[in-house]
Design a protein around this ligand. Sequence first.
Ligand code: PLP
Length: 404
Amino acid sequence: MSHHPLLHPFASPATPEADFVDIVAGSGAVVSDSRGNDYIDALGSLWYCQVGHGRTEMRDAIVAQLDSIAAYNVFDPFTNAPAARLAEMIVEISPHPDGRVFLGTSGSEAIDTVLKIARLTHRLRGDDDRQIVITRTGGYHGTNFGGTSAQGIALNREGWGDLVPHFIEVPSDDIEALARVFSKHGPRIAAFLTEPVQGAGGVVMPADGYLASARRLCDQHGALLIADEVICGFGRTGNWFGSQTFGVVPDLITFAKGVTSGYLPLSGVILSREVSATLETVDGLLRTGYTYSGHPTCAAAAIRNIELIRDENLCARADHIGQGLSAGFAAMREDGQIDSYRGVGALWAVDLGADAASARAALLDRGVIVRVIGTALAMCPPLVITDVQVATVLDALTEVLSNR
Ligand code: PLP
């Protein structure tokens, strides 16, 4: 039997095209499929739709840019105002207002770029031997070769042949294990790479003080701290960046997803002033970048998206959503319907302690989209989800779990 030409990511290649849910429209926190079913999008598509679907403000900003020029590269000697303005806006809200921003289009590109920048920074500082990047079990850093090599989800690393060398994985919350790797390999360590909250790995919160201790270890051993904020960035955890929520200042931050709420693809790397100053000593060109780095229409979408997050106080709204969800989860925990729950801002998971795939399917039938991760269900709704919609999600979950 031949298959449909569309080969889906993270799906069985044998699944018939007709078995997929065909999403055709969206408004706010609701999306609709081609069969006329509506769903509350409690995952914000794939952890990215901060401002909600179908925003005319986003459409208008994109169309206005298309009306002048859709795309032009920013390789030397070119630039464009949307890319430059976006970089200014991003550093302003970041922990590095005097830093710089490198742009790409996917989280995976941001990860590969940040890994290269970390190594280059040390080399420019005369430290050629610093190539090791420490990563954590359960980390997800995309699927390019750099990100695949940095994966803490073993299944995603397997089957592709040789990966990039010099990655060392430590157990997710074991600060002693991290300290041991630093003592053993200190002068050869370029960076420690971590998500503030591990998203695809299961919405795993850092243990109290873990990130601050990691920061101290990096400082003691001359390594860079890289925060992969592809999910945590742009309001998700209650602040612009997850590192702000957890009170650490990384040297480098990767972002994607929520920066445009997914209206158009855009990603990037924020560099501290110190890292920027080192890169500014490069002799000649910074020999990395993408055709669509600084894509003006994607940048116009990001600018409007950041304005909406700011003007609608969506960072604070994330905390409000989290209060609603966690109160519901607490009641379910009390009733023994779930094993545990965890999260921050508007990024949560409930652990059922048992098969979550059938619960996910039952929720889909009841018009709620969540993601299965092991025995957990993850939620990451648009930051414009209403209180009534949060209540509907909780009611559907309670109903599904009481029917088990
Ligand atoms: N880093 C993190 C933390 C992510 O969650 C993801 C995607 O989910 C990526 C990197 C890769 O992003 P992309 O799929 O846009 O390449």
